[in-house]
Design a protein around this ligand. Structure first.
Ligand code: ZN
Length: 242
């Protein structure tokens, strides 16, 4: 900037040429650099497609120790390699608007076009239907699906009695486990209802879902997990931020 002001009127032709060349040079590097970055990101997201490097996965393998497994139709989710390709930093809370059994059937149906990682039953049973490393189609928002774990809860949004103690407790244990594994903070930025997802046209989990109670139970679940770990290996417990 200073260069232009301090020098008097010079030969305009030369200066213009110099600047133009420089602009072309830097512009070219910018384009190449951007292309290299995009390429690296794309490769990073798709490396598991290369033969021999895909993470091994077994039918029936679970991410949450307390869950059972029923596979959703592969049409209702997309294979990925989270958290290596997409960071997981959100938990989306849903209510099924139907029975547990009908939700399991829907996610198994290749024409349903939706699924969630987990369904929590009113008695506290947890069914996993999509692996956490994969992207379940649960929030109606592609980037939210890519960054989140979706948890369905058996019930209807206008029936508060559907949200039983057992359902809250089991879901909170599950969510605490997910938060611990990916380092997700327990707050209303990182936990959101389906209705709060940008672009969502769903109303779940609705006004009867008790967020304070739920997040309190998740925090308690994290504390229990931390205490168990400290008891198991006291030498490894560090005084760092908890
Ligand atoms: Zn929903």
């Amino acid at each position: 900037m200073a260069e232009q002001g301090t020098k008097g009127p010079a030969e305009p032709g030369k200066r213009t040429t110099g600047r133009t060349r420089r602009a072309v040079l830097f512009g070219g590097i910018g384009v190449l650099g951007a292309a290299a970055l995009v390429g690296r990101e794309e490769i990073g997201r798709a490396w598991w497609l290369l033969p021999g490097v895909r993470k091994p996965r077994k039918e029936g393998e679970l991410d949450h120790a307390g869950a059972s497994w029923t596979a959703a139709s592969p049409a209702n989710w997309r294979m990925a390699d989270r958290p290596d390709d997409y960071r997981i930093d959100r938990i989306v809370v849903h209510v099924t608007q139907g029975s547990f059994a009908s939700s399991v059937d829907a996610f198994k149906n290749p024409f349903h076009k939706a699924s969630a990682h987990y369904i929590v039953r009113q008695d506290g049973h947890v069914e996993q239907m999509v692996r956490e490393l994969d992207v379940a189609f649960h929030s109606g928002n592609r980037s939210m699906n890519e960054r989140s774990v979706g948890i369905e809860h058996e019930g209807f949004v206008d029936r508060p009695q559907d949200f039983t103690d057992a359902l809250y407790a089991a879901s909170a244990r599950l969510a605490a486990d997910v938060c611990r594994r990916y380092g997700i903070p327990v707050d209303r930025t990182h936990f959101l209802g389906h209705s709060e997802v940008p672009g969502a046209d769903h109303t779940d989990p609705g006004p009867h879902w008790d967020w304070d109670r739920y997040l309190g139970l998740v925090r308690a679940g994290l504390t229990v997990t931390a205490a168990t770990a400290a008891t198991a290996a006291p030498a490894a417990a560090s005084p760092g931020p908890g």
